[in-house]
Design a protein around this ligand. Structure first.
Ligand code: PXL
Length: 275
């Protein structure tokens, strides 16, 4: 093995293992890439308080020190993604690193809210994600809520709304837009939308029930990242990532009374079983 592709996640930790860097690193490994990480925050969930989320922010110098370690890798980072970014200072550090290191294959997952929590993590972050990171994105992967915020269109309820939002987000400078509608639209299909600035591709699967899908968004974006690292086009990487995340949801499991998680090895195990 001489050409091991290095993939990087700059994201938060989810101790419950489904989302955040845990999702990213597991997904990177499933794709056969070598995952590196820089932690931005530690998310915790409290079983004594209805699984409410707490976020502890990593100090900027500690993030910078992690990035210094990462970039001391003597091979180029083949692709990277961002996840939970708890404040504007952190967003600025990441934008600077992307430019200085001349990184390519940048997947921005504009995490604004965690499942079950209905407050935007930090409203001024939404603006910084839009103004500072979106223009640097090879691909941006908002969910329905985040696409509504980034585009300024508010609540999106139809495929047509998703298309309008994708165009607006593309206009902000992202080269490609993947809106993770997932199960959030009404109807029996889980619908995501890919837009490259000229053509829409609708990605559709049956909704899976019961959907144990904590971590699905992070896993989808991480799978796109790993696909790009392996040389797939953005569209190819997105289509493969949809299959990957669908299997992860299909093999998802109940974690506890509050959440059910995707299982990041589902795609590989399903393929093995079918041999
Ligand atoms: O799914 C969004 C998300 C991203 N990153 C971290 C999280 C969550 C949701 O729980 O904990 C670290």
């Amino acid at each position: 093995m001489t050409d091991i592709k290095r993939t990087l996640t700059i994201a938060g930790s989810d101790s419950s293992g489904g989302a955040g860097i845990q999702a990213d690193l597991k997904t990177f490994a499933e794709y056969g890439t070598y995952g590196l990480s820089a932690l931005t925050a530690i998310a915790t969930m409290d079983p004594d308080n209805n699984w409410s989320h707490g976020v502890t922010t990593i100090d900027v110098p500690v993030l910078e020190a992690q990035l210094k370690t990462v970039f001391a890798s003597d091979h180029k980072i083949a692709a990277m993604k961002t996840g939970m970014l708890p404040n504007v200072a952190i967003i600025k550090v990441i934008a600077k690193a992307i430019k200085e290191q001349q990184l390519e294959n940048i997947v921005i997952d504009p995490v604004m809210v965690c499942k079950g929590e209905d407050e935007v993590l930090n409203p001024e972050n939404a603006e910084a994600l839009r103004d500072i990171l979106t223009p640097l994105a090879t691909v941006i992967t908002p969910n329905l809520f985040e696409a509504g915020e980034l585009s300024g269109l508010g609540k999106l309820t139809t495929l047509e709304d998703m298309k309008k939002a994708a165009e607006k987000i593309h206009d902000l400078g992202a080269k490609n837009v993947v809106i993770k509608g997932g199960k959030a639209l009404e109807g029996d299909k889980a619908i995501d939308l890919f837009y490259d600035g000229s053509e829409f591709t609708v990605l559709e699967t049956e909704k899976i029930s019961p959907a144990y899908n904590h971590g699905a968004g992070c896993t989808f974006a991480a799978a796109i990242t790993a696909g790009l690292a392996q040389g797939l086009t953005v569209k190819e990487a997105t289509l493969k990532a949809k299959d990957f995340v669908s299997e992860a949801i299909r093999s998802g499991f109940k974690y506890n009374q509050y959440i059910g998680s995707v299982f990041h090895s589902g795609y590989r195990l399903a393929k093995q079983d079918s041999i």
